[in-house]
Unconditional design. Structure first.
Length: 181
């Protein structure tokens, strides 16, 4: 039985020292696997080979039982593949904006002047919101198009600070939903 196989069995049995002793024995081979995986990735990847090795090692050592050295390295290669796939999907996820820059549209009234189509779309949405909640629509209209703060817009409409913020939260949520964000 090789040292790697013995240490894998001990680590699977819960021996934390075995897991620590295992890393120096497998590190160079894991680095080679990671280098091969990273060679297929785009330049400028936010993960590097070292981070990939460490993440894969942490996922592998512990509860799992391996039938020897070959099984361990096959599992390491699969773990690295999964890490890279998860990383890529996280970066592409619409929730995170994909490759686009995030602009907090509803919190930046000044940005409306730069896009006439956006102004027309927001005006149309605020007209639709007016049918649902006229007070929230008027407050959002003043905040977004007049450049007034939420408190100033609420004050202009005779609302308390708490009511103004409650209306703004509702209007902003309604607009985000309507915009599909």
């Amino acid at each position: 039985m090789s040292d790697v196989t013995r240490l894998l069995a001990a680590a699977a049995a819960g021996d934390h020292w075995a897991a620590a002793d295992l890393l120096p024995l497998v590190y160079n081979e894991l680095r080679k696997l990671a280098a091969a995986r990273m060679a297929a990735e785009n330049p400028g990847h936010t993960l590097d080979g070292t981070a990939l090795v460490h993440e894969a090692y942490l996922r592998l050592v512990g509860d799992q039982h391996f039938d020897g050295r070959g099984h361990f390295f096959a599992a390491a290669a699969e773990a690295m593949r999964r890490i890279l796939v998860n990383h890529a999907s996280d970066r592409k996820r619409l929730k995170r904006g994909g490759g686009r820059t995030r602009v907090e549209l509803l919190d930046q009234p000044a940005s409306l002047a730069e896009d006439p189509d956006l102004v027309l779309s927001l005006d149309d949405l605020l007209t639709r919101l007016d049918a649902d909640d006229p007070a929230a629509a008027r407050l959002a209209h003043l905040h977004l198009f007049s450049g007034l703060s939420v408190e100033e817009a609420g004050d202009a409409l005779g609302m308390s600070r708490a009511v103004a913020y409650r209306n703004w939260k509702y209007a902003r949520a309604w607009l985000r939903d309507a915009l599909g964000k």
